[in-house]
Design a protein around this ligand. Structure first.
Ligand code: SF4
Length: 164
């Protein structure tokens, strides 16, 4: 069908380098924008055209993806369900109060404040913003901690974007 919207699932493995995605990215930009929706491409396009990626891991700050456990405990994010990120318990404290707490604002702001200088100097920072803090456990070439483990993939992907 001509105008049918489609969903495509790309599963990446270590053996299947990011070039595969980059290769498809070239086709997507030329033929498939608005027709086939791939999150990583759509997020990049959104950042490029509106200045906002629209997905927490790519935004400058975060903190709107809280996670509640079966017993009512509320944590800052579903990537950080740990005691030190517990904001309280929904049986005792209002959800809005916890979501709007200073601790939660600090959690979201820390995504920006902890960004290594290496990322701040990067030409595609506005698209990626260092990625999710959960994955920032390697170091920059100068030894600064807090670099995402996906930095090589991002560099490849960004090169593809800037070449288009
Ligand atoms: S910690 Fe990661 S997954 Fe959670 S809100 Fe922030 S960017 Fe999103």
């Amino acid at each position: 069908m001509k105008d049918r919207r489609s969903n495509v699932l790309i599963i990446m493995t270590d053996e299947q380098p990011v070039q595969t995605v980059n290769c498809y990215g070239n086709d997507w930009v030329r033929r498939d924008i608005g027709r086939i929706f791939l999150q990583i491409f759509d997020v990049a396009l959104s950042a490029w055209t509106s200045g906002r990626p629209g997905l927490c891991i790519f935004e400058e700050t975060c903190g709107s993806a809280l996670a509640m456990e079966y017993n009512g405990d509320l944590c800052s994010c579903d990537h950080f369900v740990e005691a030190r990120y517990k904001l309280g318990n929904g049986q005792r404290t209002g959800l809005a109060e916890m979501a709007d707490s200073r601790r939660q604002h600090h959690f979201g702001q820390a995504k920006k404040d902890s960004l290594p200088q290496y990322c701040r100097n990067c030409g595609v920072q506005f698209i990626y913003n260092g990625g999710c803090p959960k994955n920032r456990f390697t170091a920059t070439p100068s030894g600064e901690p807090g670099l995402t483990i996906f930095v090589k993939d991002i560099e490849h992907f960004s090169l593809m974007l800037t070449a288009l």
